[in-house]
Ligand binder design. Structure first.
Ligand code: SF4
Ligand code: SF4
Length: 132
């Protein structure tokens, strides 16, 4: 898929994330999700409480937080009651970032994931800024 088609597939009016019921199953099942105070919770002020489907910040935050360290275990996808193809997205991103930064998630506990250590210059890839 091209960029626009991908965006439509995930975020469009009938896209995958529009079916999310915000059950937190994907987050709770993920073995590499470790924040004590999760930004997906309403009291962190990033995602409104009681909104179903949640707005795009919900999947965006979750995706950005794990996309450089996803080990493709598939547990998020297995846990999703709406059967969203979550590990397909996360592993694709993780694999692309791993190739860019020569990093293999899950292999060395002492090596921080690339987005922890990346410089502003490294975030510029072929003119596309990855960081917001
Ligand atoms: S596939 Fe990746 S994002 Fe999904 S639960 Fe496993 S490690 Fe977490
Ligand atoms: S497991 Fe599926 S339905 Fe539940 S919050 Fe995650 S994406 Fe949404």
């Amino acid at each position: 898929m091209g960029v626009e088609e991908r965006f439509e597939y995930w975020f469009g009016p009938s896209g995958q994330f529009g079916q999310c019921i915000k059950c937190f199953g994907c987050r709770d099942a993920c073995p590499i999700c470790y924040c004590k105070d999760c930004y997906l919770e309403a009291d962190r002020g990033r995602v409104a409480g009681g909104e179903i489907p949640p707005d795009a910040m919900f999947p965006m935050i979750r995706t950005v937080h794990v996309m450089d360290s996803c080990v493709n275990c598939g547990q998020c996808q297995d846990a999703c009651p709406m059967e969203l193809p979550l590990s397909r997205l996360l592993f694709m991103l993780s694999r692309e970032l791993g190739q860019m930064f020569k990093y293999e998630p899950g292999m060395d506990a002492s090596a921080p994931p690339p987005l922890r250590t990346v410089t502003d210059e490294e975030l510029m890839v072929e003119g596309v800024e990855l960081a917001l």
